[in-house]
Write a protein that binds this ligand. Structure first.
Ligand code: SF4
Ligand code: SF4
Length: 470
């Protein structure tokens, strides 16, 4: 540990949580309203992400949702392609790629996801917190309202806020359900008599209450104490990870600017505490990277505003790695490490998307029925019996037709037709009948073409057997 770091480094802060008082009670966080470049960018991005979240369930492709994650019925749709239990292998690969991607992404970019994309942060900071500022005012006014007696103003403000919070939670619950069961089913729950959709109504109320509890009461605790991704940061981050960091080399020793001094002896941090005041998780980033930091950038904006006022360069708190701060170099987002990890991430995601989007819509397997020998047929012909198993991965009925490619012969399906219902598996049997003169060997290779609506969708290679004396 170098000298400058030693000056400010007081590790006692690691012994307690910023949101818990000495008595062990919760310390309610009243963050000051952030403003600045990063807050503006996050607001704009949140607008697009929220529009995507709310609008996407209404987008249909071939009369089905573009995305659906129906875990109850095990029905999943990605980019209009249906996935079900038969895609277990693909799901397994997807889970592996997801885990590896999360690890790689975090090792390089730290908690960028938490600050910019995570729905918890977006709803908390960009929806609920903004409403709170609008109704109750900035942090000092909120604190004053909290300790004031229950007068008319307090009752109106508090009840209006809670009512709006619950209404938004109800909306969020509907939005999330529309991703799970689809907008059509959701609409049916809303319009049909309640007794027809009791389970759906209970789910909506349960989700609404859960969201209300998270955003009105739990808040930053969801990130600090509950979120598994947040808890994993300690093992995922290293000295090179990009985090929101305080430049202690530049900032320390901190202290107020003394106007009458010609030469300042302090670092650039004027100890105004604004970076702490705006922090929604109640931490002091000057203590170093902490598990509670959700990379919301509020402290960057606050500190940059201070630096502008005192005519110092911005970036005392900035996106940087611990190593970059320690060795006083400016972090480059185009370093070999960042580019390398990002390329690996792109390759992984591309492989997954290619696997998912190029997989066949139907699976056909054909096997000669075990235990059966060939049968003698009229007109000097011989037949073999086959088992066919077809998996329909789409949401449409698929009619199939089998045709012998080689040699010349006939296919007789035991059931009348091969019509596979959406997301179902059909098992059937059929005979292949061949003229004796085409069977030169005991085993003759066969190719059976599979057609759907006149279009060849598969070609299955199997074999035909005759007995020695036939
Ligand atoms: S906002 Fe900047 S100057 Fe003010 S205390 Fe924080 S780091 Fe120091
Ligand atoms: S330390 Fe800064 S980036 Fe981290 S949560 Fe607090 S305000 Fe946000």
């Amino acid at each position: 540990m170098d000298k400058a770091q030693t000056v400010y480094k007081k590790d006692e802060f690691r012994d307690r949580l910023g949101i818990v008082s000495k008595e062990g009670k919760r310390k309610w966080v009243y963050p000051k309203k952030p403003k600045g470049k990063f807050y503006l960018y996050r607001t704009i991005l949140s607008f697009f992400l929220l529009s995507f979240l709310i609008g996407t369930p209404f987008v249909k492709y071939h009369n089905e949702p573009l995305f659906l994650f129906n875990v109850i019925d095990r029905k999943f749709i990605l980019f209009g392609s249906a996935f079900g239990p038969h895609d277990f292998f693909l799901m397994l690969v997807a889970m592996l790629v997801l885990v590896v991607s999360i690890v790689l992404f975090t090792v390089v970019y730290g908690r960028v996801f938490c600050g910019w994309i995570c729905p918890q942060t977006i709803f908390m900071e960009m929806v609920f917190r903004k409403i709170e500022y609008w109704i109750e005012g900035d942090s000092s006014k909120q604190k004053a309202l909290k300790i004031s007696s229950w007068n008319k103003e307090k009752i109106i403000k508090k009840s209006a806020k809670q009512l709006i919070f619950f209404s938004i939670s109800f909306l969020i619950s509907n939005v999330f359900l529309s991703w799970i069961i689809g907008v059509d089913k959701l609409f049916a729950i809303a319009t049909d008599p309640p007794r027809e959709h009791l389970a759906g109504l209970i789910a909506i109320l349960a989700f609404s209450s859960a969201f209300y509890g998270v955003f009105a009461w739990l808040r930053e605790q969801a990130c600090i104490l509950i979120c598994p991704y947040g808890r994993l940061q300690g093992v995922l981050l290293d000295q090179n990870s990009i985090v929101i960091a305080y430049d202690y080399k530049r900032g320390e020793p901190r202290g107020k600017i003394k106007k009458n001094l010609k030469e300042q002896t302090k670092g650039d941090c004027v100890d105004c505490n604004l970076c702490v005041d705006v922090c929604p998780t109640g931490i002091d980033i000057r203590n170093g990277t902490q598990l509670e930091c959700i990379n919301c950038t509020a402290c960057i904006d606050a500190c940059n505003a201070v630096m502008s006022k005192i005519n110092k360069p911005k970036g005392l708190i900035r996106y940087a790695s611990a190593k970059a701060i320690k060795n006083s170099f400016r972090l480059s987002f185009l370093s070999a490490r960042v580019i390398g990890y990002t390329l690996v991430l792109i390759v992984l995601v591309t492989i997954l998307l290619t696997l998912a989007l190029t997989r066949s819509q139907i699976d056909v397997s054909i096997l000669r029925t075990p235990g059966l020998i060939s049968q003698q047929q009229p007109d000097n012909k011989i037949s073999n019996l086959y088992d066919i198993k077809i998996t329909n991965k789409t949401f449409a009925n698929i009619p199939l037709e089998l045709k012998l490619n080689e040699p010349n012969g006939e296919i007789k399906i035991v059931s009348n037709q091969l019509l596979i219902k959406p997301q179902e598996i059909l098992e059937s049997k059929f005979f292949v009948v061949l003229p004796k003169e085409t069977l030169k060997e005991i085993v003759t290779p066969l190719t059976i073409n599979v057609y759907s609506n006149g279009k060849k969708v598969d070609a299955i290679h199997t074999s035909f057997m005759r007995q020695v004396d036939q």
